[in-house]
Write a protein that binds this ligand. Structure first.
Ligand code: NAD
Length: 400
């Protein structure tokens, strides 16, 4: 559970509300009986989880579909819980959900399509009723969201779709854009420097990592090192993003771009000003937190830093901007896409950027104030604000 005793006390959370938030509202588990050709190496049957952590602010419950061979039910529940607090923190009328398809994130699109079509078929009622509105997450992309739309024929049943079928211009890069906007603001506040004077290390070069790098580089930040699941690369004078993107497309990884290999552990301990873990969860732990040299961490991924590591980092004077604030650009844009799916209105890319920037920076200021008033970390302040909004909503609904 993300809320600890201190937050519960600060928020004045009552027992009923706490009980509702301490377990998921609903867990759906099923198995996909799809036979894929042996060369894809997909086991049979494929396990699938759909979790609604809390529908206090929904329905819908909102959260991405993760496709990964090591994703578990426990992790899916934690990710859905993260979505409950993220949406609440951003003042969105969404509950927190998440889905997981236990299969390799690197499968080719045609294999993913078979699995996602099966997924949409099995939970059709949840999708067409608006109980669950998915989006891309690790291992899924707009293409898989298009498959879901192809099954439901309802535009607001899924976000993160390609623009041509009602997707929102700017949604694809929304999370990375938000990470960059927050990084710029946090660098000024906590490092006392403009982002153009900041060196950066990024773990993950998928949707979130690559777009965060792009928008940071655009703002003049020096991207010193990048890794993905294959390893990584480093260049003292800074990495050219267009070149790196081209290299990654050709080689399937950023590993070795500069002629040198950099491991993921080396990246985390690199002497940079700002570190952005934007790949998987649980990468900064009590074992390696002591090696971190960056003074600022922005959580691009969900839950990349464990609670034990949080404490070690705080003792070292490292500031951490938590996932539910830093990577919320995606769900903020998804809200717009969902709304506009219903009304049929269109948006320009610049409007999406402006909405993300305004929403994230307003909440950032609120979190800063709360954290300095209560003398607590940005993570605790973000969770406490989100929990306050959830409590208000549950009281308003007469639930608690
Ligand atoms: P993605 O599948 O597009 O990219 C994942 C990246 O992580 C790839 O570069 C991959 O090589 C790398 N990676 C995978 N395993 C790794 C490992 N063991 N070590 C190092 N790198 C590894 O996924 P994404 O959509 O960019 O999501 C990344 C993270 O951001 C996830 O934690 C996700 O939950 C979170 N997130 C995503 C969004 C979104 O809009 N896509 C929104 C909020 C949060």
């Amino acid at each position: 559970m993300l809320l600890d005793k201190e937050i519960v006390r600060l928020v004045g959370m009552n027992e009923k509300a706490l009980m509702l938030l301490s377990e998921p509202d609903r867990v759906i588990h099923f198995r996909l009986r799809r036979h894929l050709p042996a060369e894809y190496g997909v086991g049979f049957p494929v396990q699938v989880y759909v979790v609604y952590h809390s529908a206090a602010k929904g329905p819908p419950c909102k959260g991405g579909i993760r496709m990964a061979s090591d994703v578990t039910l426990e992790e899916t529940i934690q990710l859905a819980e993260t979505m409950t607090y993220k949406s609440a923190l951003m003042n969105l009328p969404f509950g927190g959900g998440k889905a997981a398809i236990v299969a390799d994130s690197q499968l080719p699109p045609e294999a993913k399509e078979v699995l996602v079509r099966g997924f949409a078929h099995e939970i059709r009622y949840e999708l067409v009723s608006g109980n669950y509105v998915p989006a891309p997450d690790l291992g899924t992309s707009p293409r898989e969201m298009a498959v879901i739309f192809g099954e439901t024929h309802i535009r607001e049943s899924v976000t993160g779709k390609p623009v041509g079928i009602g997707g929102l211009p700017g949604r694809e890069e929304a999370t990375g854009y938000g990470v960059a906007v927050v990084a710029e603001r946090a660098a000024r506040k906590f490092l006392g420097r403009e982002i153009s004077d900041v060196s950066v290390g990024v773990q993950g070069f998928g949707n979130v990592g690559s777009w965060a790098c792009t928008f940071l580089a655009e703002r003049g930040a020096k991207i010193l090192a990048v890794t993905d699941r294959g390893g990584g690369t480093m260049r003292r004078e800074g990495i050219d993003m267009e070149e790196l993107k081209k290299y990654e497309k050709e080689h399937g990884s950023v590993d070795g771009y500069s002629g040198k290999h950099l491991s993921n552990q080396e990246l985390l301990g690199l002497d940079v000003d700002l570190l952005i873990p934007a790949a998987i969860g649980g990468v900064i732990t009590k074992e390696n937190a002591g090696n971190i040299k960056a003074k600022l961490i922005i959580e691009g991924a969900n839950a990349p830093v464990t609670r034990e590591a949080d404490e070690i980092l705080a003792q070292k004077g490292v500031t951490l901007v938590p996932d539910i604030l830093a990577n919320a650009g995606g769900v903020v844009a998804s809200y717009d896409e969902w709304r506009k799916g219903k009304s049929g209105t269109r948006t320009k890319r610049e409007e999406t950027y402006a909405t993300i920037k305004e929403t994230l920076l307003d909440v950032f200021e609120e979190v800063l104030k709360y954290s300095s008033k209560e003398k607590i970390s940005l993570r605790k302040a973000s969770l406490a604000l989100a929990a306050t909004r959830l409590l208000d909503t549950m009281e308003g609904r007469g639930w608690v």
